[in-house]
Design a protein around this ligand. Structure first.
Ligand SMILES: C[S@@+](CC[C@H](N)C(=O)[O-])C[C@H]1O[C@@H](n2cnc3c(N)ncnc32)[C@H](O)[C@@H]1O
Length: 206
């Protein structure tokens, strides 16, 4: 007997449907201001190979590419990949600084050890909380030895997700096993809806 196909947050179709029907409240229409500020700061990591996890429509990808990083936007939703591709093309950065993978992040083991850095923004809060430990090990595996996970966490308190609730304690306790904290601070230039509820961290893979 054929089973009805279940649409859940673990499935690309679930997310793609939101993009196609323009129900994307997480998309702020520009690169995240705290990332813009971080990249201009003396603490910014030097340009190298970075992947943007769950890249969405590619605002942060474009910013990294314009700042000379070799960036790969990874997302399993075709509409997200198409929107990011369009941004890279318009900027003339496609295939030189901007690359794309339309794949499930939990299933790209051939890229283990490939990236210098990973950028995480509203991805952790988008996955089913039961996968969080797997996520920590997955991102550690994708990084080179000593590679860095640079993240803008939205510390959101929600009854159901996505976004699923995320606290500073959740992050520190989960990532402690594989990462060391280089820096962590509350940005002062979050968008109004997230003011005081964001945390920027740079974690180094142990
Ligand atoms: C809440 S959105 C955030 C998008 C983007 N980072 C932003 O801040 O605008 C989460 C994104 O992750 C993607 N995504 C969720 N689970 C995924 C998975 N397992 N593999 C790849 N992409 C995934 C979704 O398609 C969606 O584009």
């Amino acid at each position: 007997m054929q089973q009805a196909k279940q649409l859940t947050v673990d499935k690309a179709d679930w997310w793609d449907n939101l993009y196609r029907t323009k129900r994307t409240p997480w998309d702020i229409g520009k690169a995240s201001p705290p990332l813009v500020t971080y990249l201009k700061s003396p603490y910014a990591v030097p340009p190298a190979k970075i992947a943007v996890l769950g890249c969405g429509t590619g605002h942060d990808c474009l910013l990294f590419a314009k700042n000379n990083f070799e960036v790969t936007g990874i997302d399993f939703a075709p509409s997200a990949i198409a929107a990011t591709h369009e941004k890279f093309e318009k900027a003339g950065l496609s295939g030189t600084k901007g690359f794309l993978l339309q794949r499930d992040i939990f299933d790209i083991h051939e890229y283990d050890g490939y990236y210098d850095y990973l950028w995480e923004h509203c991805f952790f809060s988008a996955i089913d909380p039961s996968r969080r430990r797997t996520y920590v090990y997955t991102v550690a595996d994708l990084l080179k030895p000593g590679g860095k996970l640079i993240s803008l966490w939205w510390l959101v308190d929600s009854k159901s997700g996505p976004p699923f609730s995320v606290s500073r304690d959740d992050i520190y306790s989960l990532f402690d096993e594989r990462f060391t904290i280089d820096m962590a601070y509350k940005p002062t230039d979050s968008i109004p809806e997230r003011k005081g509820a964001e945390l920027l961290t740079v974690l180094t893979k142990r």
